[in-house]
Design a protein around this ligand. Structure first.
Ligand code: SAM
Length: 237
């Protein structure tokens, strides 16, 4: 396993795709929601979400679109952003817990879930200190893990694995090594995954999707992404 620590400044937004978040180092673990807003990435996302909310820009990104095909049972959406996927899952009859540090995102999800009378519960929290309330049939982690320092990303990954029910699924999207667009990192530590890393971590699970994508980024740089959909074995298998 390789951990990346590079300098850089925050990121910008690509229309239709999730944007990059960053997370400060392990000293952030368990920090309060108030302090969380001092996190550069969360502040950035919150500002971005305010604009999107005002413009009713609620389009699902390609990874959220893909995830819709693999949802099962009750759903946890970690780092849910504006909740476009959480809300769509709710409309399709899933019970959803959505967690994000952005107050704007959480307010939007609560507002629309209430208006649409769907079972989507949104919580504002720092996921690195958040206690999983129970296990889930599906856990979504789209566009979140790469922005944590390596040890924290791995711990969260383990928590996700432990909290998927037997026969349940996880859908994870991360940045890969070879991502040269550094504007999205704040230099405090992040984890660019190796191409095989997620699949290796999910040895014993059935891999339903292992998909690599690459997108051009400003100044001739690139973002490389990996999406994994994996199903946990039933007990006794
Ligand atoms: C790249 S966006 C992905 C959002 C959404 N999953 C999507 O696909 O559009 C990353 C999200 O992680 C959230 N985030 C970043 N650090 C976080 C933290 N420590 N705790 C909770 N949410 C965090 C940001 O607020 C943002 O909504």
């Amino acid at each position: 396993m390789k951990c990346g620590f590079l300098g850089g400044r925050p990121f910008d937004r690509f229309p239709g795709f999730w944007v990059a978040g960053v997370h400060r180092a392990a000293h952030d673990v368990g920090q309060s929601q108030g302090n969380m807003m001092q996190n550069k990435s969360v502040k950035f996302f919150d500002t971005q979400f305010q604009k999107q909310d005002s413009a009713s820009d609620f389009v699902l990104n390609p990874f959220e679109q893909l995830a819709l095909n693999y949802l099962k049972g009750n759903v946890l959406d970690l780092g849910c952003g504006l909740g476009n996927l959480s809300l769509e899952a709710g409309r399709r009859g899933h019970q959803v817990v959505a967690v994000d540090a952005s107050p704007t995102a959480v307010a939007r999800i609560q507002r629309d879930a209430q208006r649409e009378k769907i079972a989507v519960q949104a919580t504002q929290a720092d996921v690195s200190g958040w206690v999983f309330p129970h296990t889930f049939d599906t856990i979504l982690v789209i566009g979140l893990l790469s922005y944590f320092p390596c040890n924290l990303a791995m711990r969260l990954l383990q928590m996700v694995q432990e909290h998927v029910n037997p026969g349940g699924r996880t859908i994870i999207n991360v940045l890969l090594e070879g991502t040269t667009y550094q504007e999205m990192f704040d230099g405090e530590g992040y984890h660019l995954f190796q191409r095989q890393e997620l699949e290796q971590r999910f040895a014993g699970w059935e891999i339903l999707v292992a998909q690599e994508d690459s997108f051009p980024a400003p100044l001739g740089t690139a973002k490389k992404l990996f999406t994994l959909v994996a199903e946990k074995p039933q007990r006794g298998n």
